[in-house]
Ligand binder design. Structure first.
Ligand code: GAP
Length: 457
């Protein structure tokens, strides 16, 4: 019988698992790493793709009122003047007069350097946008910025989308893409980095209906995390106080997750009013009014913006899924990942590396990988291979043993319960498909049986 251990997830364990199993590495590690930049390894990239795919599926493909966009990262510099980022996207920063480390004022508990206790300078404003130059000449006329949010790409394309899709209000534009911020305080692994990915929706509505849509999106987005298996108790909503609101926001809720370092923002849902379209109309000289053909009115829509981070979602998913159990006196580390998010869906494990067993296993592997991402693993003992798959969150292992050669059956082992069933090889695809769509493990196909152990334990 496995037993829950009291000690659970902490950030060091997550970082170590990610490193050990190839989810996430420090960027440019052979050169000593680059502060607050991370590389997603073979499993991490699959996890991230699954998160993005689940989001896109929920907010674009399953809806008639949201369309997608992929705008360029570099945008006309006037975009950042209009959006207020050039003037307002700043953090007050102080420097320690002794050790010269820099700190965000709002991160300080008292007026001393948190590192050495030294005296601090007066605060200076520091813009978080990364600046670079377009073309061969590095002068002020060629300055461009790496976008600090994907949102502006959707505002500047509002008219293009209305004209080409003939969408009527209310409708939204969704985008997934990289954003860059020269953050002063980083840390907590991938929680706050300088290069990260956002999943944002700008949902355009008629003013007067904005509060209703705001409430709708807060609920919708919270449910998205719950549907992906994140524990309800680890999620909460927090409304911004007036003084916290960003320069563009009329109202804002954060969806917070209970990370190992405490409650912190996973996603923000803001009512941006008509701020952005009015600003872009003013600076571009183009009217961004919408013509309502029902009421025959011209007006500037309001915008509800659910803005999520891919990397923060990945961190929340990993923290939430992490578990340790005592199994036969050993610690079993496992990730209870939702099957939709698991990087590897099925592992095919032949009990032996030799002879006809391999042929059967390879055939099953070839067959299953037409439907899912499948890993073939024949190295080390079966117990170790199960542990390896548990640790990366693989929902099902298919084991082929010597008896399979006689009865043409294979064992399916479920990750969380470690329960096993034995089914005809010819039914593997349909049985696994049914289990992925939520059918309990012990519902058996004709000829199937509950497996109490055998060669493959
Ligand atoms: N367009 C609105 C906007 O960008 P934000 O609250 O600054 O709002 C939205 O960012 C989301 O982007 C956050 O909830 C978070 O998930 C993610 N995010 C922001 N800064 C980040 C950083 N430095 N590292 C990782 N994720 C970040």
């Amino acid at each position: 019988m496995s037993k829950q251990l009291p000690a659970k997830v902490d950030m060091e364990k997550i970082v170590s698992l990610c490193r050990r199993r190839g989810f996430i590495f420090p960027s440019s590690e052979i050169y000593g790493g680059l502060s607050s930049c991370w590389d997603y390894g073979p499993l991490g990239v699959e996890l991230k793709r699954n998160i993005k795919q689940a989001w896109w599926q929920a907010v674009v493909h399953e809806r008639d009122d949201v369309v997608g966009l992929d705008a360029s990262i570099l945008m006309h510099p006037q975009v950042w003047v209009a959006s207020g980022h050039l003037e307002g996207f700043t953090d007050p920063l102080v420097e320690c007069k002794s050790c010269h480390l820099r700190w965000r004022v709002d991160d300080l508990k008292d007026n001393k350097c948190p590192s050495c206790g030294g005296e601090l300078t007066e605060p200076r404003l520091f813009n978080l946008m990364f600046k670079t130059f377009m073309g061969p000449i590095e002068d002020s006329a060629s300055v461009v910025y790496l976008r600090p949010e994907t949102a502006q790409g959707m505002f500047v394309n509002f008219e293009n989308v209305v004209n080409t899709t003939r969408k009527r209000l209310p409708f939204g534009i969704a985008q997934i893409g990289k954003a860059f911020r020269n953050e002063i305080t980083t840390g907590n692994f991938i929680f706050r980095s300088r290069e990260f990915e956002q999943m944002e929706i700008e949902f355009f509505v008629k003013s007067g209906t904005d509060k209703e849509w705001f409430d709708y999106w807060v609920k919708e987005r919270l449910n998205w995390y719950i549907n992906l298996g994140i524990k309800k108790d680890n999620l909460r909503l927090r409304q911004h106080m007036k003084k916290e609101l960003a320069h563009y926001a009329l109202d804002c809720y954060d969806i917070e997750y209970l990370f190992p370092m405490g409650w912190a923002e996973l996603e923000g849902i803001a009512n941006r009013g008509d701020f952005d379209l009015v600003q872009h109309a003013k600076y571009s000289g183009k009217s961004l009014e919408y013509f309502d053909d029902e009421t025959k009115e011209h007006y500037v829509p309001y915008v509800i913006e659910p803005s999520a981070g891919v990397d923060r979602s990945a961190l929340a998913v990993l923290c939430d899924a992490y578990d340790e159990e005592l199994d036969n006196g050993e610690i079993r580390v496992l990730l209870h990942l939702h099957p939709t998010l698991a990087p590897i869906k099925v592992a095919v494990l032949p009990l032996s590396r030799r002879g006809p067993l391999v042929q059967v296993a390879k055939q099953i592997y070839a067959d299953l990988r037409q439907c899912w991402i499948v890993q073939y693993d024949d190295a080390q003992s079966i117990g170790r291979r199960y542990r390896r798959q548990d640790e990366i969150g693989t929902p099902f292992c298919v084991t082929i043993d010597f008896q399979s050669l006689e009865d043409n059956q294979a064992t399916i082992r479920e990750r969380d319960s470690m329960n096993q069933i034995r089914v005809p090889v010819s039914t593997l695809k349909t049985v696994l498909a049914a289990k992925f769509s939520g059918e309990p493990l012990f519902v058996l196909p004709p000829g199937g049986q509950i497996w109490k152990g055998g060669e493959n334990g």
